[in-house]
Ligand binder design. Structure first.
Ligand code: G3I
Length: 302
């Protein structure tokens, strides 16, 4: 096959990208995105600050632009993200305790009800674990509402849209030996044992020189899948975009039957949140990089 989407579909997987609504007027961008990818994540437009700028007043204009572009072009959508310490609107940042807990619940219900039946996977909770060796939860206003905030978010989400796969999503959890990975694993195992509704784990896979790709990523994917959840690579980008690393990550997903697919975090290097790392599959002029060919060849089986 000659596109990432068609090549991934040979094994029942998708190949996705983050889409920024502000770039949908750029024909080079939409041509590449429309041709190569069959899954879309809104880079910012479905986040808390975008969708509920004032408490109880939802704004889906930008999120709908991304969703409608995806639907018109035959792509599935990953929803990103419902409960997160970052990109909270000012009103939420200033809440704590019971009112914040209720605001989180109301936000999840409001957004998921609007998009009900249209989202394949939701990142229900994003980045709840601390970096470093502690294995602790990240300190945040949400965490300070009580350690059960994550399971409350998942139960709320299941009730709001039973058709969506519900994911926990994080970064620096690809290396099996890291404390953060082990902490996330213990949480997912506990959720599965207690019947908390979780369907998938998203591995962002933002690799750089400080947290590089390690070949034990495949072990991590396998071990999570063995808990009875699907896994997905949700925000892939790699500093310098070495073709070998991109091929390895692709083959890691292909090696795990419960790996649903791969999403790269942007189309061209110039669309990236860290353009100085040139971490993506296309150059700014729209041409394909060696990493693109490496991914396509891997998806095509060799
Ligand atoms: O929209 C405003 C614009 O009006 C303003 O003029 C401009 C000035 O700074 O800012 C614009 O907002 C920026 C927004 O991206 C849209 O471009 C924000 O400042 C900027 O902080 C925001 O960055 C996003 C970042 O999440 C915020 O946390 C990146 O685009 C986005 O790629 C990044 O994505 C995250 C995932 O959601 C979670 N995992 C990590 C990943 C990378 O950081």
């Amino acid at each position: 096959e000659s596109t990432l989407a068609a090549a991934a579909a040979q094994s029942g997987r998708y190949f996705g990208t983050a889409i920024a609504s502000g770039r949908l007027g750029d024909p080079s961008y939409t041509t590449i995105a429309g041709r190569e990818f069959n899954s879309v994540t809104a880079e910012n437009e479905m986040k808390i600050d975008a969708t509920e700028p004032r408490r109880g007043q939802f704004d889906f204009a930008a999120g709908d632009r991304v969703l409608n572009w995806a639907v018109r072009n035959g792509k599935q959508v990953r929803g990103h993200t419902l409960a997160w310490h970052s990109q909270q609107p000012g009103w939420m940042q200033s809440l704590s305790g019971g009112p914040l807990r209720q605001a989180m619940i109301d936000h999840i219900k409001g957004v998921m009800t609007h998009y009900k039946g249209k989202i394949a996977q939701w990142d229900v909770v994003n980045e709840a674990f601390a970096d470093g060796s502690s294995g602790a939860r990240r300190d945040s206003n949400l965490q300070r509402t009580g350690n059960d905030w994550i399971e409350v978010a998942f139960r709320t989400a299941r009730a709001a849209d039973p058709a969506a796969k519900l994911c926990y999503n994080d970064y620096n959890v690809e290396n099996w030996t890291w404390a953060k990975t082990q902490a996330m694993y213990a949480m997912v195992r506990d959720f599965k044992q207690r019947g908390v509704p979780i369907d998938c784990v998203g591995f962002q896979a933002h690799f750089n020189n400080d947290s590089p790709y390690n070949s034990n990523f495949r072990t991590t994917l396998r071990n999570f899948a063995a808990l009875g959840v699907d896994v997905a690579i949700t925000e892939l980008d790699v500093q310098g975009a070495p073709a070998t690393t991109y091929a390895n990550v692709t083959n890691d997903c292909l090696a795990v039957s419960r790996c649903l697919g791969i999403t790269v975090w942007g189309v061209r290097d110039t669309d990236s949140w860290r353009p100085e790392h040139t971490p993506l599959l296309f150059n700014g002029d729209g041409s394909k990089k060696p990493a693109y060919t490496a991914v396509l060849n891997a998806l095509n089986g060799g």
